[in-house]
Ligand binder design. Structure first.
Ligand code: KG4
Ligand code: ZN
Length: 342
């Protein structure tokens, strides 16, 4: 009996058209990224200062076939041969964008007579850490999932078994980066711009309130965002680099603090970060330093596995399939799909 399972996975929940081929070897308990192709639409949307849903859907339609072909050929496949499953992000995300990926995946599954696995995008982000060459993390793990639409702190008891420890009470972390960047007149998406500019700014130049609330392990970004705007209005001479560095320092401090408070509470064996904000240089450095200081194992996925991609969807799809078989054939795109947690 073969110990290998290979998936072709598709991700189109927002503004990246992505396809990956991932192999899992159950004997070695390791996932292998055979290819991971991401066609970003950032250039198209940046002129609007944000993602325009209808424009995103059209761009997915134009690109999806080429991206699938590229992922297959980069992985050394020429068609169905060697592929065992087809996975796709079903939600949450932009409905028109999701429909393009789900329809392409279902069409391939039907044409090639393969099982279809629908994946929650947030669960996909959690699986980015499973792609590490040392295999899946040790559990229980605590993960900070911070993206453009979500910021949640979860305990992963085991794959598929999640407990919510905390979440943002207002803006998602990525959204706060994007809003501050937009206010400063930087490009879209703002997170990478703030990250880049911060390297030449001073983090202590703008006095800002802590990103924090009294509520348990929750977070709140609206106060600090408003404080940035007020400070810049009152001090027009302050440089964008100093504002970016001060905001980033503040946000990273809070995110790191919550992650390790959560880890301590559940006595986590591993701490992890996931989602687009996990690509942030300072957050990566801060989590690594803190984990080393505390002697806790940590997982920081490669940058390209943090922002939206299909490799993470592929890893989640293989796990789900081996755990519970194919998805219901009527499972379709759902823009407000929720992650199931306790
Ligand atoms: O996970 P993701 O690619 O898409 C969603 O599922 O939302 O996350 C996108 C978010 C955006 O808000 C973007 O500004 C942020 O991740 N981001 C960053 C960095 N790279 C992407 N934030 C801070 N620093 C970065 N280097
Ligand atoms: Zn995402």
């Amino acid at each position: 009996m073969t110990t290998e399972t290979t998936v072709l996975a598709i991700e189109t929940s927002c503004d990246e058209t992505a396809c990956a081929v991932i192999k899992y070897d159950s004997l070695a308990n390791r996932y292998f990224t055979l290819s991971s192709v991401v066609s970003s639409q950032i250039d198209i949307h940046s002129v609007y200062g944000g993602v325009v849903p209808e424009v995103a859907s059209r761009a997915h339609v134009e690109r999806i076939d080429g991206v699938i072909e590229a992922a297959l050929s980069e992985a050394g496949f020429s068609g169905r041969q060697g592929i065992d499953l087809i996975g796709a992000t079903c939600g949450p995300g932009l409905i028109g964008a999701l429909l393009v990926g789900v329809s392409a995946a279902k069409a391939l599954a039907f044409a090639w007579d393969l099982p279809f696995i629908g994946i929650n995008h947030l669960e996909g982000h959690l699986f980015a850490s499973f792609l590490d060459e040392s295999g899946p993390p040790e559990f229980p793990a605590v993960v900070l999932l911070a993206s453009g639409g979500h910021t949640i702190l979860l305990e992963i008891v085991g794959p598929g078994d999640y407990i919510l420890l905390g979440q943002t009470l207002d803006d998602a972390a990525g959204e706060a980066f994007d809003k501050v960047a937009r206010y400063l007149g930087l490009g879209y998406p703002g997170g990478p711009e703030i990250d880049r500019l911060s390297k030449v700014g001073s983090p202590k130049s703008v006095p800002l309130p802590r990103v924090m609330t009294g509520h348990d392990l929750d977070l709140s970004f609206s106060g600090v965002k408003t404080a940035v705007i007020r400070f810049v209005d009152a001090h027009p001479e302050v440089t964008n680099a100093d504002v970016a560095a001060s905001f980033q320092d503040n946000a990273v401090l809070a995110l790191t603090k919550r992650l390790f408070e959560g880890a301590e509470r559940v006595e986590a064996k591993t701490v992890m970060i996931a989602g687009g904000v996990a690509a942030n240089s300072l957050l990566r450095e801060s989590v690594e330093n803190e984990a080393k200081a505390r002697g806790v194992a940590h997982r920081i996925p490669n940058r390209k596995d943090c922002t939206d991609n299909a490799a993470m969807i592929g890893a989640a799809a293989i796990w789900r399939y081996l755990e519970s078989g194919p998805s219901d054939p009527f499972m379709g795109a759902k823009s407000n799909m929720k992650l199931t947690y306790r």
